[in-house]
Design a protein around this ligand. Structure first.
Ligand code: 3EB
Length: 362
């Protein structure tokens, strides 16, 4: 049976569907990130021999309809089946484990996952546990990539508990940024310009959980002209800037793969439309559209569009689901491909954040 698979592509599958993939197709799974409302029992865990991580981040489904006679605003979001972002390779895969990282790779692309419980640094260190743990995770990632000769990070997903919480006098997201940037510097990685696409979101609970895609082909880092680059944010967003690009674009064989980072209602460096989830959704889509235009200039044709991306939408308040979906529909029509997750976004005033990807013949 021939697997008509792209060089690198992703798909949203329910956890059940992931467990039921044919053996031939399962062999092509690089890895998966599964978003679950509650910890999985062992029997519910899919028996798939690929790196898979579970993030406690409830998937959202809209209720079919509001009770008759009640206003639309009564329509609430309900928990949906666990949903997985599954990454496929068109080639044969090799599995591996090194330290706390599990990975699979195909000679061109590597997908890895690492989960670390937060632990305090040795006595005398000024790092907070989250900062220390982040630094350890990233050092392991860079060491693996060096050892296996996959030098280029395309994309990272960062998930942590209580992202907006305060401890040791600093917001936890800012502690994470400190640890991440320190590891980049220690491992002689660029912290401005040539940096990977990423997202950083708050889960209900659980360890620091990171998934990543890396390769042997250098990606192009893309910035959004409407926004100040995150690595150049002013100091008042934290002592160390976030280390990510607005998107990355990589050419793999005959395909162009676009990774749009977590994108929110930020213009310049400021949050705009605080308290207005629909206006935030419109601004976010305008930001993604702008990133898509920059990517299209790079491939010299209108390859990517809002409609042909695959979205993950992080919703702070599950009751905002319908309002967000309506704006997406108003902008893209009914045919868009998205999953919605309840998550904490890394600024208090952000109500929604979206990330997207597409893999297209270029
Ligand atoms: C922002 O634009 C919103 O720290 O890796 C988006 C994407 C955000 C990635 C990260 C943070 C990150 O600043 C937050």
């Amino acid at each position: 049976m021939t697997m008509d698979l792209a060089v690198l592509s992703n798909q949203h599958l329910s956890l059940v569907a992931l467990g039921q993939l044919s053996e031939a197709r399962a062999r092509h799974v690089l890895g998966a990130i599964c978003y679950v409302a509650a910890p999985l029992t062992e029997s519910a865990a899919p028996r798939i021999d690929a790196p898979l991580i579970r993030v406690l981040m409830p998937p959202l489904a809209e209720m079919k309809s509001a009770p008759s006679g009640q206003a639309d605003t009564m329509a609430a979001a309900a928990a949906a089946d666990p949903v997985c972002d599954v990454w496929f390779s068109g080639s044969a895969l090799e599995p591996g484990q090194r330290g706390d990282i599990r990975y699979r790779h195909d000679g061109s692309t590597l997908f890895g996952v690492i989960e670390l419980a937060e632990s305090a640094p040795e006595a005398g260190s000024t790092s907070t546990p989250l900062q220390h743990t982040t630094e350890r995770a990233y050092r392991q990632i860079f060491e693996l990539l060096e050892a296996l000769e996959y030098p280029y990070l395309f994309r990272l997903w960062n998930y942590m508990a209580d992202i907006n919480g305060q401890s040791h006098g600093l917001e936890r997201y800012r502690q994470f940024n400190q640890g991440r940037q320190k590891a980049f510097i220690a491992c002689r990685r660029d912290v401005v310009g040539n940096v990977p696409a990423a997202c950083a979101l708050g889960a209900v609970s659980g360890p620091l959980t990171i998934a990543f895609l890396a390769g042997r082909q250098s990606p192009l880092a893309i910035e959004n002209p409407r926004q100040i680059s995150a690595f150049a944010y002013p100091d008042h967003y934290g002592p160390r800037s976030p280390t990510f690009a607005r998107a990355s674009l990589v050419r793999l064989g005959s395909e162009a793969v676009l990774f749009v980072s977590g994108t929110a209602s930020i213009v310049g460096h400021r949050t705009v439309h605080p308290g207005d989830v629909q206006a935030q959704t419109r601004e976010t889509l305008t930001n993604i559209e702008t990133i898509v235009q920059v990517a299209n200039q790079q491939v010299a044709k209108p390859l990517f569009s809002l409609r042909n991306l695959l979205y993950r939408v992080y919703v702070r308040h599950s009751t905002d689901l319908a309002a967000i979906r309506d704006v997406m529909q108003e902008r893209m029509g009914p045919q868009f491909n998205a999953v919605f997750l309840q998550a904490d976004v890394c600024r208090h005033d952000l109500l929604v954040e979206m990330e997207a990807s597409a893999s297209l013949p270029a």
